[in-house]
Design a protein around this ligand. Structure first.
Ligand SMILES: [Fe+2]
Ligand SMILES: [Fe+2]
Length: 168
């Protein structure tokens, strides 16, 4: 049933796997650079991409297809925050274009449930795009100081004395 939909859903999973792996990679590098805001955004969005994989996979199984868990590309070893955001916005932009195309294809072959699934995921990808785009704008507006401030917040937290265990 709906062989074409299964093919499109597997292509979408490959894109999600790429974004998921890339965002987790960005997350731990931002964390390593003490960039708390960026690190959290990448982590949260990676989790959402994982949920997209799950939603697409559930639909494939419902259609009696096989789930291919392969990323469309390898992780790119980008560690500069501005470059990370550039890549992330591009990934989201590409996903939005692709899923719109897939939704139309599903409509053409009469699979309205998969079409709606793509449409609901597009709405979330648009929010991801917005998250990344806002962060890019902040860096452009405030310059490197925006990133330096995040590191300073972390440093401040490190400076707070921790409660000590009472010695008996
Ligand atoms: Fe996604
Ligand atoms: Fe996304």
């Amino acid at each position: 049933m709906h062989k074409k939909s299964i093919e499109l859903l597997n292509k979408a999973i490959a894109e999600e796997m790429t974004a998921l792996q890339q965002y987790i990679y960005f997350h731990f590098h931002c964390d390593d650079q003490d960039l708390d805001i960026l690190s959290t955004i990448f982590r949260q969005n990676a989790i959402q991409e994982m949920i997209h994989v799950e939603r697409f996979a559930e639909r494939i199984l419902f259609l009696k297809g096989e789930v291919e868990m392969k990323a469309s590309q390898d992780v790119q070893k980008i560690t500069d925050p501005e470059e990370m955001l550039k890549m992330a916005t591009k990934l989201e932009e590409d996903a939005i274009i692709l899923y719109n195309k897939f939704a139309n294809e599903c409509a053409q072959h009469g699979d309205s449930v998969t079409k709606q699934l793509f449409e609901s995921v597009i709405a979330e990808e648009e929010r991801h795009y917005d998250d990344f785009d806002k962060e890019s704008e902040n860096i452009q507006t405030y310059g490197k100081e925006y990133l330096a401030l995040q590191s300073m917040e972390r440093a401040k937290k490190r400076g707070i004395p921790r409660p000590t265990t009472p010695v008996e």
